[in-house]
Design a protein around this ligand. Structure first.
Ligand SMILES: [Zn+2]
Length: 515
């Protein structure tokens, strides 16, 4: 959900480069890959099923066409849960069930209409950001004033000037702080604008501007954050015209009619779970998944129908291969990802008692492109362990490895638990244009790429669960906190009240940035 963080961070300041760690020579035996650890025959059968008998694109077609957009907590998302559980049963997974939890508040999109009244008159292409409010019935009109995101403290202080106006977010000059902090503080600006009586705010996630031809980009504006003021994503073409008028000293006048609905209180949702039980250590668990929920401007194919279909396709390939791993592979379709990783945070909380028996998780949530690497979620110790397996995949695609923590998807709660929250890194392809937009439909996913991604997920899951030695155990909190600080996650987690470690790991921060 927070891909915008990455974009903003690049825009705002040079962010810390990823460290690809060298394999250290030490006294331990060299880690073994599939050729030496006995897993190769099973992996070969799984690869055959995955590549030559793939059902992943069929799963994605059903989810996209028959269910479509599925915002967490809505009837469509409930239908997706039932569909996901039914698919898991038909694939032949064991222990299929849903695990319910609540999100703080539900939201349903209504209509969003916009028009420029002066100096010219035409329709504006807008959509509401998720969990934002409505204009009065029939709409409201007012003049446009710009607010500079890069001078956010001053803008919040002078928010009273926004009364009766439409606030257009711009980025001018040099930013006063990091992209993450701007994203976090954007919520304060929205609250101040709402309290001042502004009609609406034009700005996407973190205040960002839309990209792509005639596309709006919806999304949430914080972790579990809602705002009473309407916040609108506008196409780059329409927004560009407004900006050009303002630069020429012309003040545009706009009319908006935006109607959305919040629930009065929390709403129920559920993660969907199914397993392939381990043959030797069924109590030891490796979690594999993607998120089932989506936004609602289109079918939610690439975000994250692709991850859902990859997960189900991986499960299908393993079951059909007839192979049973030493340890349990637990397939989880998370919901609530788009609202703040709510499903994966709920999972970690609900399974606290058995987290010590977990080996980590593996997530695909970067859309439709080919997998090109694995990010091991903070666990630099596992890079050399994983390397021989990654090398074994090189005939499918060269694989890059690093220990980067991906905080924008359901890997984060696992990394925060000291486990490897492994992100399958993908070619960016057209994902920046399809996710959260009206272009997120089945046309965006190539079936052969999906089949290959599902196969890679199946192979990685099976190898991790089946290799003779246990792949990973959770790190203690102190070591995890130190790692998260070294990976520059502290600032973001603290800003969103998600940092649970207090001062743990702080003293190491400056001395040794790598670990
Ligand atoms: Zn996603």
């Amino acid at each position: 959900m927070q891909r915008v963080f990455v974009k903003l961070a690049v825009l705002v300041a040079a962010s810390a480069g990823l460290v690809v760690l060298p394999v250290r020579a030490d006294s331990r035996a060299a880690p073994k890959g599939p050729d030496e650890d006995g897993t190769k025959p099973a992996l070969t059968r799984i690869a055959g099923e995955g590549m030559m008998n793939s059902h992943a694109f069929g799963f994605l077609t059903e989810l996209s066409d028959d269910i479509g957009g599925r915002v967490t907590g809505t009837p469509a998302e409930r239908k997706a849960e039932e569909w996901g559980a039914a698919k898991m049963r038909s694939i032949g997974l064991e222990n299929v069930h849903t695990e319910k939890y609540m999100i703080w508040r539900g939201w349903t999109r209504g209509t969003a209409e916009g028009e420029i009244l002066a100096p010219v008159r035409h329709k504006l292409h807008v959509d509401a950001m998720g969990w934002t409010g409505s204009t009065p019935a029939g709409g409201a009109e007012g003049e446009v004033v710009t607010v500079n995101l890069f001078d956010i403290d001053k803008e919040i202080k002078s928010a009273s000037r926004l009364k009766g106006k439409v606030a257009l977010v711009v980025m001018r000059g040099r930013p006063s702080k990091s992209g993450i902090m701007l994203f976090a503080q954007f919520g304060d600006l929205l609250k101040a604008a709402g309290a001042a009586g502004a009609i609406a705010v034009i700005g996407g996630q973190g205040g960002g501007k839309s990209s792509g031809m005639n596309l709006t980009h919806t999304g949430i504006l914080g972790f579990n954050a809602d705002f009473a003021i309407p916040v609108l994503s506008m196409t780059a073409e329409d927004q560009g015209q407004l900006e050009r008028f303002i630069e020429r000293g012309i003040t545009p006048r706009l009319h908006f009619n935006v109607q959305n609905t919040f629930t009065n209180g929390p709403v129920e949702t559920a993660n969907v779970v199914g397993e392939i039980r381990g043959r030797e250590h069924p109590e030891e668990i490796f979690v594999v998944g993607g998120h089932l929920d989506s936004w609602d401007l289109a079918q939610g194919t690439t975000d994250n129908g692709s991850g859902t279909a990859t997960t189900l396709g991986a499960a299908d390939a393993i079951v059909r291969s007839g192979q049973r791993p030493r340890r349990t592979i637990r397939f989880v379709l998370f919901t609530g990802e788009e609202q703040g990783l709510d499903g994966s945070f709920a999972y970690v909380k609900q399974h606290q008692a058995e987290l010590a028996n977990h080996l980590g998780n593996l997530i695909l949530d970067f859309g439709q492109g080919p997998v090109k690497g694995f990010q091991l979620g903070g666990r630099d110790d596992l890079v050399p362990v994983f390397q021989p397996f990654a090398d074994a995949l090189s005939s499918l695609h060269p694989m890059q490895l690093d220990d980067h923590v991906e905080s924008g998807t359901d890997t984060l709660p696992f990394s925060m638990a000291g486990l490897p929250g492994i992100n399958m890194n993908q070619e960016p392809s057209d994902y920046n244009l399809t996710h959260h937009t009206a272009a997120d439909a089945l046309e965006a996913q190539k079936p052969d790429v999906l089949a290959q991604n599902a196969t890679l997920m199946a192979l990685a899951a099976y190898w991790i669960a089946d290799r003779p030695e246990r792949f990973a155990s959770p790190w203690p909190a102190e070591r995890t906190a130190r790692m998260l600080r070294a990976q520059h996650e502290y600032e973001e987690l603290k800003a969103f009240n998600l940092w649970p470690y207090g001062d743990l790991g702080a003293e190491e921060k400056k001395d040794n940035p790598q670990n």
